[in-house]
Design a protein around this ligand. Structure first.
Ligand code: ME8
Length: 496
């Protein structure tokens, strides 16, 4: 089997259901996973929920329930959303899973044995929503009080005994490895700039049990609970099988791709790479960082009240493919994307209904009417073949660069050419339109093979109607001997 591919999403806080911001990351990682599976790589896709810490403890207290009861229920909610969006994860990890708790304890013991953990006192301003301390200069001051710059809520003053992790030991190696492991690279420069400005201070990695009891106890001192981020980041090692399946871990880890939003870049670079080094484990192949979905200029989020929910889009387009497609079409690693229902509708209508859907409908109808559905290979028309070839090349090179949106647009451009080719060649006027229709069917097959990673249901439906088997997209048209077109489907109905 050539190569391996290990892709992860952040594990989400299950204090609330996911919205399209979470779907943005999760569908993207799914497309990458499907692409690599299709190309024959050993692929493992990990997602899940981040279930410990003060945020969940308080959410449970407010609901008058035990946190475990709450997270059990919410893990089910996340799984249902991901099933509705056809997310093909290989494991849904929960930080309350026994193999994960075991791994966290092992990691803490190892780091302590190597001298990277020591006890001290801590005081600082804390945001429970971020589960993070803010230093002066990082927080905002509103009416004389420190506020979280993300959630715009007052910070809490915390003063307590804690265990520290010696982050300050790792500055040299971070400077070396960040530029080659963070993608796109300018996010690495952003982090290096922050290190230049603020330096690296040791981080607090435990909370006194009387304040935060919902978490993994520090193995040698159960009066302390492991800090939720320290616990959460380690999920990527549990998922790859570090303690339970060493062989799998050895194959997957060098191919690890952590997909994250830019909000959690610091944790996934500075903190995570240092933790790994303390464990003598190499850094992941790449941390793949994307910008935010914003709405009316503000990051889409629960507290800002501007979220579009997954069920809104599912109800609107009626198919998971529609939702997956519009999210991936706007996907951008470098920039925040301002989205609205109007924007999504215009993409859905022009790409899926008018371009792809229309082409499949027209070609299948013509094949049935003019040739009784039987279309043989009597040569491929070079006029369209060239456009499809170029599109496939660009599709693969974009996928290699992890640019899913560009990959999609390359295929859409070829489909537009195919629609224009029908208008030019007018197969309905020909006495024998075999060559034109065969060429068009081959263009559709190539496109469905490519797009199946984004819109798996529509690709499958197209393959069934036109009579071909989905396969990895290969260069070169003319591979299928003949088509037996059975049906002329309406893949996507226009929305208003
Ligand atoms: O941070 N635009 O969980 P979380 C784009 N538990 N992406 C968005 C988004 C938006 N408006 N809103 C959310 C946590 N996301 C931790 C992670 S990992 C070891 C622990 C996505 O539930 C994006 O991927 O707050 C972001 O990084 C993530 O959800 C944050 O999810």
């Amino acid at each position: 089997m050539p190569g391996a591919f290990y892709v992860t999403t952040p594990i989400y806080y299950p204090n609330a259901p996911p919205h399209i911001g979470h779907a943005y990351t999760t569908v993207y990682a799914d497309v990458l996973a499907r692409y690599h599976r299709l190309m024959g790589h050993e692929t493992f896709y990990l997602t899940g929920t981040d279930e410990h810490g003060l945020k969940l403890q308080r959410a449970a207290e407010r609901a008058g329930r035990h946190p475990k009861e709450l997270v059990d229920e919410m893990a089910g909610v996340y799984k249902r959303y991901w099933a509705q969006l056809d997310i093909s994860y290989d494991r849904f990890i929960r930080t309350t899973d026994p193999d994960h708790e075991e791994l966290v304890k092992w990691a803490l013991e190892e780091m302590r044995r190597r001298g990277y953990i020591y006890k001290g006192r801590y005081s600082g301003w804390y945001c429970v929503d971020c589960e993070k301390f803010y230093s002066e200069g990082e927080y905002r001051v509103v009416e004389g009080r420190p506020y979280c710059p993300i959630h715009m809520k007052p910070l809490e003053w915390v003063e307590e005994e804690t265990y520290y992790f010696k982050l300050s030991s790792f500055e040299g190696s971070l400077r070396r490895i960040l530029p080659e492991r963070v993608y796109p690279e300018y996010y690495a420069r952003e982090i290096l700039g922050k290190i230049d400005k603020e330096g690296l201070r040791d981080v607090s990695i435990s909370r006194p049990r009387e304040r935060v009891w919902w978490g993994i106890p520090i193995p040698w001192d159960p009066g302390h609970t492991t800090y939720v981020w320290f616990d959460a980041l380690l999920n990527y090692l549990t998922g790859a099988g570090l303690l339970r399946d060493r062989g799998r871990f050895e194959r997957l880890w060098p191919a690890a791709h952590h997909v994250i939003g830019k909000d959690i870049l610091w944790f996934h670079t500075v903190i995570w790479f240092s933790m790994l080094e303390a464990l003598e484990i190499p850094p992941p192949r790449r941390v793949v960082v994307h910008g935010f979905l914003v709405n009316r200029g503000l990051k889409m989020g629960k507290s800002t009240g501007n979220v579009i929910m997954i069920e809104d889009l599912l109800g609107h387009y009626k198919t998971s493919d529609g939702v997956r497609y519009v999210l991936m079409r706007v996907f951008n690693l470098g920039k925040d994307v301002d989205v609205s229902l109007e924007l999504f509708d215009s993409i859905y209508n022009s790409d899926l209904a008018d371009n792809l859907g229309n082409l499949v409908r027209r070609v299948s109808t013509l094949a049935i009417r003019r040739l009784g559905g039987r279309v043989e290979n009597r040569g491929v028309d070079g006029r369209l073949e060239g456009a499809v070839e170029r599109a496939l090349e660009e599709y693969h090179s974009s996928m290699e660069r992890l640019d899913v949106s560009q990959a999609i647009q390359a295929i859409m451009a070829a489909l537009r050419e195919a629609n224009a080719y029908i208008n030019e060649t007018k197969p309905w006027e020909k006495s024998d339109p075999t060559e034109e229709l065969y060429t068009l069917l081959e263009a559709i097959r190539a496109s469905a093979n490519a797009l199946q990673v984004v819109i798996p249901r529509a690709a499958q439906r197209t393959a069934e109607a036109l009579g071909f088997k989905l396969a990895p997209p290969q260069p070169g048209l003319g591979g299928q001997e003949a088509y037996t077109v059975r049906d002329s489907p309406i893949l996507f109905r226009k929305v208003k």
